[in-house]
Design a protein around this ligand. Structure first.
Ligand SMILES: CC(C)(COP(=O)(O)OP(=O)(O)OC[C@H]1O[C@@H](n2cnc3c(N)ncnc32)[C@H](O)[C@@H]1OP(=O)(O)O)[C@@H](O)C(=O)NCCC(=O)NCCS
Length: 184
């Protein structure tokens, strides 16, 4: 069953406590969140903390620990730094099977879907930034290593916005490629 993904700007202390209970497996995400929470942290306005289920952050002595949860730190504006840190209780060393495993897998899928939604809903779309940046990069690279006059972009056939950027730059679709993933 699809679960609600909670999205907040800062990690609730209850979530930090929960991740602490899952040490050492949860350490990458826990340290990332603690860094942002600390005095020395450099929390950005673009970062979000996601988790599911909602009870993962319920405070109070009577709040039961959720048997399974997934949490993530997401900063899609982090550029070349790691943009997503994610932890699922599926990772904590216990051998899960059946419904427990399915619950964890569904939670991970729900959090990843929320990240995808965040990427689609970026507030800076449609302001000409991609076109301006592409124009600058193409201008610079044509002097550096594209002296043959050709530029190309690999655009998914269903990516209308990216295709529109290319069209806007006088690009033309020339061929369609099928990719195959070989697991060897
Ligand atoms: C693709 C992406 C970079 C476009 O960024 P953007 O800053 O919104 O694009 P721009 O505002 O510069 O738009 C450039 C042109 O594309 C058009 N365009 C952009 N998004 C569009 C959309 N969803 N539908 C139709 N046209 C669109 C604009 O109208 C503009 O056309 P114009 O120059 O004729 O006026 C952005 O949507 C994005 O980050 N998408 C997710 C990541 C991705 O798909 N990257 C590309 C991988 S190949």
């Amino acid at each position: 069953m699809v679960s609600t993904v909670v999205s907040v700007p800062e990690a609730p202390s209850r979530l930090l406590d929960l991740l602490t209970l899952h040490l050492p497996y949860s350490i990458p995400l826990l340290r990332r969140l603690q860094f942002d929470s600390s005095q020395r942290g450099a929390a950005t306005t673009t970062a979000r903390v996601l988790y599911t289920p909602a009870s993962a952050a319920e405070a109070g002595p009577d709040a039961a620990e959720p048997p399974h949860f997934t949490a993530a730190y997401v900063d899609l504006a982090a550029g070349s730094e790691t943009q997503v840190w994610i932890y699922s209780s599926l990772e904590n060393g216990a051998q899960l099977a059946g419904d427990d495993r399915d619950t964890c897998v569904q939670q991970i899928a729900d959090v990843v879907e929320e990240v995808r939604r965040m990427a689609r809903d970026e507030p800076y779309r449609g302001r000409g930034y991609a076109k301006a940046l592409a124009t600058k990069i193409l201008g610079e690279s044509s002097q550096e290593y594209c002296r043959d006059g050709w530029c190309h972009a690999d655009v998914a056939v269903d990516n209308a916005s990216s295709a529109a950027v290319c069209t806007s730059l006088n690009g033309k679709q020339s061929w369609i490629v099928d990719w195959a993933l070989l697991l060897v």
